[in-house]
Write a protein that binds this ligand. Structure first.
Ligand SMILES: CC(C)(COP(=O)(O)OP(=O)(O)OC[C@H]1O[C@@H](n2cnc3c(N)ncnc32)[C@H](O)[C@@H]1OP(=O)(O)O)[C@@H](O)C(=O)NCCC(=O)NCCS
Length: 132
């Protein structure tokens, strides 16, 4: 389904920027969706870790939409915005925008909501907002 009302400009802070490479293509010659999701997951973790000041793990991905294909050579930028903080969890809205090198086109290609849990050295959840 087409994106009904894409925002005119990216929302959030830049957490990852990369160039889409031929090694990450699918059988159509476009960039494989799994690669894009992994960039989003890593990018969201960058923001979540800075908030939790600890390791984090991804516990859920929701509202994920692939709006437009990513082409080889596009500059891919992941934007992250904190949507909410629970006791041990953080919801991060992720958007990916591409910049096409030859014509300068910018477009939002994917978006989704990633939930991370702050964990201690034993992999157990711990509160994001700790006293002191
Ligand atoms: C994340 C993990 C540590 C949570 O452990 P747990 O015993 O379920 O802990 P809890 O039940 O206390 O839940 C912790 C938080 O996660 C949230 N949570 C758990 N499952 C969730 C889900 N499916 N969707 C959204 N939030 C979820 C809980 O609501 C809770 O949030 P809060 O503390 O802010 O209220 C554990 O499930 C885990 O290690 N999962 C694997 C993570 C992983 O390997 N990720 C990489 C996959 S590619």
């Amino acid at each position: 389904m087409a994106d009904p009302s894409p925002p005119p400009k990216p929302q959030g802070e830049i957490v990852i920027r990369a160039i889409a490479m031929p090694a990450d293509t699918n059988s159509n010659g476009d960039i494989f969706g799994g690669w894009i999701v992994s960039q989003m997951d890593l990018g969201g973790a960058v923001l979540a870790r800075s908030i939790a000041e600890s390791r984090v793990v991804t516990v859920a991905i929701e509202a994920m939409s692939f709006v437009a294909p990513v082409n080889v050579g596009d500059t891919v930028t992941c934007y992250a915005r904190l949507q909410g903080v629970g006791r041990t969890s953080m919801k991060v809205e992720m958007e990916v925008w591409t910049h096409h090198y030859s014509d300068g086109t910018e477009r939002r290609v994917t978006h989704g909501i990633f939930t991370y849990v702050a964990i201690d050295e034993h992999g157990r959840p711990h509160p994001v907002r700790r006293p002191g």
